[in-house]
Each structure stands twice: as C-alpha cells, then as structure tokens.
Ligand binder design. Structure first.
Ligand SMILES: *Cc1c(COP(=O)(O)O)cnc(C)c1O
Length: 967
C-alpha cells in the first residue's frame, strides 16, 4: 500500500512555527486526551468551557508567517525607523551596551527566561546581580537603602510622592514639583496625585517652595534644562517644614556630582537606562528608588536582602516579602508586581564591567565634550543659558529654534525643541568629536571660522563648582573592581547564571505566571539597532516602523479580545489595572456620576487588584467566594444593590484565579452593568481564552493583557513586562496620552483622557516586537491550538496528580482551565509537611516550584502552559508523586516528622561531600531521588534560606567577600 502523499499545503504546515511553540506533538496529544476522557481537543474545550462564553475569533488582520518570513518582514519594518543621533536628553541617552553583556545576558535565555526570585534557593545568580544593582544605586546616590528596580523614572517619582505622603509628618496635601523636571515625570505625578486628592504645584523650588506648604518637593538634579544647583537649601527648607525632599537624578552624572544623600535628600529616584541599556523607543529600562533606612518598610517594589542558609552561610533573598500586595491588599504601599529586573541586571553588569574609574572616565568625557560644545557656541555668538551643567545645555535662539532644529535634522541629529526660542542639547557616551563640529555648523551657518576642539579643550573652565563635586570613593566593593577584563566578566556572568533555574533548564509551572516558550526568533528584533536606538521623543516621521508595529499589534489584539481600542502605554499588568480603573473613573465623571467610587473585588483576586483600585481612588469592597471557589453571585448581587449609584466597577479575573471557567461570568457582568458599573477584567489568564472566548463578548468593558504572560515576552527574572489595556468604544477617549508626543490617543476628545501613566508614550515599546512576532507566527489557528493545548496540559497534570493530591477546584465536567490548584492543607496535620517543604524538595528533583499559597494558603498552583511536552510534564508529575510517597513515609511513622528528606531540602553539593553524614536517609535519596542517573543534575548553591533571620537583620548591601570565604 502506498503512503499518503502529502499536499504542498500539508508539507508547508509541517514546517510552521506552531509545532515549535506547542510542546506536545499530535501523538502525545492523543495519548494525553485519553487520560482526560476527551475525544479530541475540540471535545475537551466543549467539555471544559461554558457554552455561554464561547466565541470564534475573527480572522487576524495579518497573514501568518513562518520564522524566516517573520524576520524578513521585521527587517523591512525596521528600515522604516530612521536612526538619527539623539541629543534630545530628557531622561533617555545614547549608551554603549558592552557586547559581552549583550550576548551573554540580554540575549541569554539563562537570564531572560527566569522568573521573579520568589524561590530564592534557585535564584542566587540573579539575586546577586540585583543586589549589585542596589549597591550601585546606594553608592551613587549616597542613600542608605535602594530597591531592585521600578518601572520607569516617572512612575518612580510618583511612588516617591506617595511615600512622602505616607511617611512624612507634614499634614498638607500639596506636592511641589520643580518646573525643571522632565515633562513626562510631571505628567505621571499629576495623574497619580489627582485621585488621591493631592494638589501639584510647580515652580522654582528655590523661590516658591516655602510658601507652598507642601508635604514634599521633587527636584530634578541635574535639571531637565541641564542646570545643576545645590540641593542643600531645598533640603533645609523642606525639613524646616517637616516636608520630604525627593530628588530625580542621573547615575552617570552622580559619578562626578555631590550625591543627593549628602545634601539631605529623603528619597532619590531615576532611570538606570544610560548604564548600557538601549533607549528602545521608551523601554524597557530599570528605574531605581533609594531612601533612608528609616523608611525601608514603606519602600515600594522589591528589595533584595542578605540572610543565611541552613548551613549558616550567607544567602540572598527578597526581603520583607510579606509586605507584598497579597498580604496588604488595598493597604499595600504600591501596586507594583512585575518590575524591571532584567534591565536592572544589565545596568548592574555595566557598572561591574566598567568599575568606578571606568564610569568616571565616561562621565568626564561626556562632561568635557559638553563644555567644549558650550564654549564653542558662545564663541559663535550664541547665548548658552546653562552655567553649571553635566551633559545638557539650553541655548537661547530667539525665534530660530525651529529652523535650527530642522537644520540639525538635515545632519541626522535630533535636538530638543524646548520652545520657539530655546533648544536643548544633551551629550552621552556615544557622542563623537565630529558631532561637535557638525553641531557648530548647524548653528553658525555663515561662520567660516572652524573651531579647534583641542584648543577649546585646553581652555574651557570646569563647568562644575567645587561645592557640587563628589568627594570620596564609590563602588568600592570588590565586585565592582575585579571583573574589568572581558574574560573575567564573561566568567562572572556565567557563574551567576549557572546558579539559577530558568526555562532553559526545566519547566517552571508557576500558576498565573504563564511561563511559556520565549522563542529565539521572537527575541531577535529586540536588539536590532533600528528598534533599539530610537529615542522615545524622536519625531514621528522617523519612527514609522514603530508606528506600523503598534498599529498592527493593536489591530491583532482587538481581533483576539473583541475590544475596539488599545493603549500600549502601561508597562506592566499592575499599571494596566491602574490605567484601566482610571479610565472607568474618568468615564463616570464625564457623565456627571463622580459619586461612583466603589470597586467590587472578589476575595480570590490577585493582590495587585485591590492595590490598584486604592491608587485609583476607589473604595474597595470585597465580594465573597463560595466553597467551589466561584464568585458568590448572591453576595455580588447584594453588594451591587447596596452600593447602587456608588458602584463604579467590578474587577474580576477570568478564568478565575482558582483556575476554573466560572459559568456565571456573563450574569456577573450583567449585574454590574445593570447597577451602572463597569467591568474591569484582569486579563492575566488570557492564555486560557485566546481563540475560544473574547473578554469584550463576555461583558468586560476594559481589560489589561500581560504580554509577558500570554504573548511571550520573557519574564526576565521579574520584568520587564507590558500591560496594555483594551477597551470598548465608549471608553476609548479616556485612554492615556502623553505631554511630549502628540497623537498617542487618537480617540481623545479634548481633555477627556486620564493623562499619562508611563514615562514613555508607548511604554516599553521595543519588547512589543516579541508579542507581534508570536501572534504573526502562530496565526489565528495556531493561537487557538495553543489555548487548547494549554488547557489539555493543565487537565493532564490534574488527572495525573489527582490520585495523590486533591485538586482544589474544578469546573464543568470536573475539568480545570489552564492551571490547577493542588491542596496540601491536610498534610500539615498528617505529616508536618508544608507547601514550603514540598517546594524546596522539588529543587532536589531539579524543578522550580509552582506558585505557592496563591490564591489559597497552603496550596500549589500549577500552570504547565502549552509549550511543555508530555515527557516534561511526566517528569514533573513523577517528581510530585515521588514527593507524595516521601510524605507518606512520614505519615506512616517510617520517617521522622522533623528530621526527614523534605524538611532538610534542598540538599547542596557541599553537604554531599562533607565528612559527616548523620541523616536518617541516604545521600543517594537526598541528592538523586529518582533512579535516573541525573547527569544534568541541578545543584542549588545554598541550603534552605532563613527568611525570618533576613527580615530581622535587614542587610541590603553586598556583603564583604570575607563573609563568603569563612565557613
Ligand atoms: C501577574 C498578574 C497580575 C499582575 O501583573 P504584573 O504584570 O506582574 O504587574 C495581576 N493579576 C493576575 C491574576 C496576575 O497573574
């Protein structure tokens, strides 16, 4: 019998990207379906998903492409971005990412596919890099404590305002912002202030601050105009009025300047972008946040701290984890969850590579070039307004600014057009000699005189007065002084990466986090020069490639979700929540219903939900869940009626954080609408919906999408991410806009928008290429299949584990959605074993633990995603089942309740080779629990970490080397 002769179409389909992204092949899918009792993938979806919410996705506006075609398309797209030399400044600068860092960190899945270091024992590498980041920020700002990144400088400034309000003693409601702050910073601070009832006053703080009665003041140092003034008079005035001094600053400038911490600053923020991280048309970049030790417990974001492990040796972890939103909910200090870990890590390696002397040299060169530029312009007869500067000057050119800026563009240089009479010029690490000459020519058309750069160099006065100069060392810790050769840095980078479990080692079954494949082809465009080297405020005619990317991505997201418009500005899910709730608030206000101030949130919600609602000025009212984990419709009905015309919104996650498709969702949305409220759908679980349901059809008015979950942006060890929001038509006019770039919200009607929520107009624009590529390569059919297989994989894991661990919640036909919760609560009583013990024991088996104790305490939430094949799922299930047998030994009294293989997990190599072994179990069992020879055994670098010790003795600086050396 002759073999079936495949058609050309069939042959082409077999080479499509889909089979690379989706783990199980058709044969595995068939086997796995059997265990779940479904006849086919379609049958499985019919059984798992309620009919009422099924929808078919309209065709995507773009044809799907294979990997090669996608790269070809993106290469054409990138050509539509024209790369000019950016001298715009305003918080974004040209920088040189050392190639060794680009290839071995930014382009290395060992770094970019890791998750937030909640499981500290398998995250020591990135924790060390983040600790270096904190140390770097502390040293340069001279503050006592720093966090491990925030989303961008503008949101960090808004966080500073909020913290000043929380911790300060001045009872006023006015926050004073220096008019020499970057305009986007002012805009984001204004947006944040309004719902909190705070008033923003702007002006010259040296003149107007005292009279303002403000509880805090934000000063830019150096100013947006380039000008540098001592912070001391402001600090003195602020402290006299019990107000806090917040400073937005520049790390490179601080290698030369007197640090804010030595001049009385209370909170210091800024961006670390120019430490080797490309501008990327706005991001991603890591902001930093530093403050006084006294305020550490009020500090937003994550802080890496030093603790000890079970052998008493130093080990790193995220400190004060209990402060996270999941505990504090609407009383959380901030809603930030995903931050900017990878960009922070990149910036820290840049500092490690250059060291203090190298950074100072870069800074001095930038400063000298700027001084030569200023002197040259003065000699050419121009008035340079900035007397004391680092890298930026403002030039007065009455009536000529537009013309000169246009001339500069003819030389492919972008200047900052301040107004009709003023231009700003910013230099950076990439500025070259010939650009100085080019600039002089741009300004002085007729002048024949050519200025001699070296002659000017010999003559220019230092532009910084002594009182403003840094005295004393910084970055003196060994880590910043021993990795300056490429060989040493390469080995350091590799050593740290080897300590961690990322997706390049094993599946990471973190529920709610969607740790799916981040395909290499999706990652390539991020580092294309024409995407990486674009300033976010570059003229739009130079960024047509990006505009095309946004348009196509927005259209595809609309087709997928059913929404009418998208905003790509929010740069994390939490920011999307906040922006979406502000949109709802603005909508109610536009209809004269400003009294609607109640936001209903189910008890099972992710902690960012109540935190965002509080930030948006809503009163949070909790809706109960029933014993099946579903929202109690009766309670919802009662609360909606009770609050009546005060009801603003319901925030609901779908499928629920319990991992099931609630059948009542359509009714739930209808109830909220009937009472005049709007429905905010938390879209973090969209990976269970794409192609089979649409949020807008189910009843959502607005929803954020975590592109770093469903749409393949890697998690980067805790960021970056993107949290764009989709809205139905009536909400589109309220979507964010931007103070510097026009047309960001084309639907904006006059001044209706919510303002600005991120520093950059389109958030972390450069990583949008990843999601675009994923959608295009999968196509509608591939995306739908991915959803089906994600649901299949979760149900397969649930079916395999169900005989060993109860599955906490199931929906229709006993099936789960794309994740499942296994219940471990009973084990505490029967064996003394906790979720923590199981999580740490999984490390001995080579796995990263599932999500612990969210949304239900003492449970594990498993989300396998569609990218894991059956072999990997089985490996994980086998490990979980083997652990259950180990627990059973304790239950039967065969193993001790305290001295057992789980309580002592994870087991290190050091322990294995130690002379003494006094455990009641064998070394083989401890370290090689499955008979598999484990050639690829993962060795945790530390034993179990003592969390309490770390929080009681909070140390957030790099420990001296000696601490590692002595045993
Ligand atoms: C991840 C997640 C969020 C927060 O998103 P970030 O991008 O981390 O800010 C919100 N809700 C749910 C259900 C999530 O899983």
């Amino acid at each position: 019998m002759s073999e079936h002769r495949p058609t050309l179409i069939e042959l082409e389909q077999r080479t499509a990207f889909i089979r690379r992204h989706i783990g199980p092949d058709p044969a595995q899918i068939a086997q796995m379906l059997e265990l779940t009792g479904a006849a086919s993938l379609d049958d499985l979806i019919d059984r798992a998903v309620p009919d009422a919410i099924r929808a078919t996705m309209p065709p995507l506006p773009m044809e799907s492409m294979n990997e090669r075609e996608t790269i070809g398309y993106l290469r054409q797209m990138r050509e539509r971005n024209r790369i000019f030399i950016s001298m715009i400044g305003m918080g974004y600068y040209g920088t040189i990412m050392p190639a060794v860092i680009k290839r071995n960190v930014l382009e290395n899945p060992g770094w970019y596919t890791a998750y937030t270091p909640y499981q500290a024992e398998v995250s020591q590498g990135r924790l060390e890099a983040l600790l270096n980041f904190q140390q770097m920020v502390m040293d340069l700002t001279a503050m006592e404590i720093a966090n491990a990144s925030l989303l961008d400088e503008a949101t960090a400034a808004a966080e500073a305002m909020a913290m000043a309000r929380r911790v300060g003693k001045n009872p006023g409601s006015v926050f004073f912002v220096d008019s020499d702050c970057h305009p986007q910073t002012l805009a984001v601070v204004r947006t944040r202030a309004e719902p909190l009832g705070l008033t923003i006053v702007t002006g010259d703080p040296y003149r107007d601050f005292e009279a303002s009665g403000a509880f805090g003041v934000l000063v830019q140092y150096p100013g947006s105009s380039g000008s540098i003034r001592s912070l001391e008079p402001i600090a003195e005035a602020a402290h006299r009025h019990q107000a806090l001094l917040c400073v937005a600053t520049d790390l490179l400038a601080l290698t030369l300047l007197k640090p804010p911490g030595e001049m009385g600053a209370d909170i210091v923020v800024g961006s670390s972008q120019r430490f080797g991280v490309p501008m990327g048309y706005g991001g991603p970049h890591a902001a930093f946040f530093a403050t006084r030790d006294a305020y550490k417990r009020s500090t937003p974001g994550r802080i890496i701290g030093v603790s000890v492990d079970s052998h008493g040796r130093p080990a790193l972890r995220m400190a004060l984890q209990t402060r996270e939103q999941h505990i504090r909910r609407e009383k959380a200090t901030s809603n930030i969850c995903t931050a900017e870990a990878l960009p922070a890590i990149l910036a820290s390696f840049y500092a490690v590579y250059h060291g203090p002397q190298g950074l100072r040299t870069i800074a001095r060169r930038v400063q000298r070039m700027t001084a030569i530029l200023a002197e040259g312009l003065r000699r050419l007869g121009f008035e340079v307004l900035t007397e004391t500067f680092f890298d930026t000057i403002t030039v007065r050119v009455p009536g000529q600014a537009r013309r000169i800026a246009a001339r500069a563009r003819e030389s492919r240089i972008n200047l900052r057009l301040v107004d009709a009479d003023h231009l700003g010029i910013s230099f950076d690490e990439t500025t070259q000699r010939h650009e100085l000459t080019a600039l002089w020519r741009v300004f002085a058309t007729r002048s024949e005189a050519t200025l001699d750069i070296d002659a000017l160099d010999a003559e220019v006065e230092p532009a910084l007065a002594d009182g403003l100069l840094r005295a004393g060392d910084f970055l003196s810790h060994p880590v910043f002084n021993i990795h300056h050769s490429e060989t040493e840095l390469l080995r350091y980078v590799r050593r740290l990466a080897a300590r961690d479990i990322a997706l390049d080692r094993a599946m990471i079954p973190l529920g709610s986090c969607t740790m799916k494949l981040n395909a290499t082809t999706e990652m390539l465009p991020v580092t294309y020069h024409q995407f990486a080297s674009v300033h976010p405020f570059a003229p739009l005619d130079q960024t047509q490639g990006y505009q095309q990317l946004f348009e196509e991505l927005e259209e595809m997201l609309c087709a997928i979700t059913g929404f009418d418009a998208f905003s790509l500005q929010p740069n994390a899910g939490s920011q999307g929540e906040y922006a979406g709730l502000l949109v709802i608030r603005a909508y109610h206000r536009s209809r004269g219903e400003a009294q609607r101030d109640v936001c209903l949130i189910p008890a099972s919600a992710h902690g960012t939900n109540p935190a965002s609602a509080a930030m948006a000025g809503f009163k949070v009212v909790v809706v109960a869940c029933d014993e099946n984990g579903n929202v109690s419709v009766a309670d919802l009905e009662a609360k909606a009626a009770e609050y009546g015309d005060r009801l603003a919104a319901l925030m609901i996650t779908y499928p629920s954080t319990h991992g099931v498709f609630e059948a009542a969702i359509v009714d739930i949305c209808a109830i909220v609408h009937r009472h005049g409220g709007q429905v905010y759908m938390d879209g973090a679980n969209l990976n269970a919906l794409v192609g089979i349901c649409q949020p807008a059809q189910i009843g959502a008015d607005v929803s954020h999408i975590n592109l770093h979950k469903t749409f393949c942006i890697p998690h980067g060890g805790g960021g970056p991410g993107m949290g764009p929001i989709g809205v139905r038509r009536h909400l589109a006019p309220f979507l964010p806009d931007h103070p510097v770039v026009e047309g960001v919200n084309p639907a904006a009607a006059g001044k209706a928008t919510i303002g600005t929520v991120s520093a950059a107009p389109w958030g972390s624009a450069s990583i949008l290429t990843i999601s675009w590529a994923y959608i295009v390569m999968m196509g509608a059919a591939g995306l739908t299949r991915a959803t089906q297989v994600a649901i299949l994989n979760a149900n397969y894991v649930a079916a395999r584990l169900a005989p060993h661990y109860p599955i906490l919640y199931t929906g229709k036909n006993g099936l789960v959605a794309h994740e499942c919760i296994i219940d471990l609560r009973h084990l505490k009583a029967s064996s003394g074993i906790t979720v923590d013990d199981v999580a740490k024991r999984l490390v001995d088996y080579g796995f990263h633990a599932p999500t612990m104790s969210f949304p239900v305490p003492d449970t594990l939430m498993i989300e396998p995603t569609e990218s894991e094949d059956r072999r990997e799922l089985d490996r994980f299930c086998d490990a979980m089942i083997a652990i259950r047998h180990e627990i059973a030994e304790i239950e039967r009294g065969e193993a001790d309740r305290e001295n057992n293989v789980l309580k002592h997990a994870p087991h290190t190599q050091a322990l294995l080779v130690a002379e003494r072994w006094d455990r009641p179990y064998s070394k083989q069992r401890a370290c090689f629990p499955l008979t598999d020879p484990q050639v690829d055994k993962y060795w945790p670098p530390v034993g179990r970490i003592d969390n309490l010790h770390g929080d009681r003795n909070l140390v957030c600086t790099c420990p001296p080397l000696a601490a590692y050396a002595d045993d």
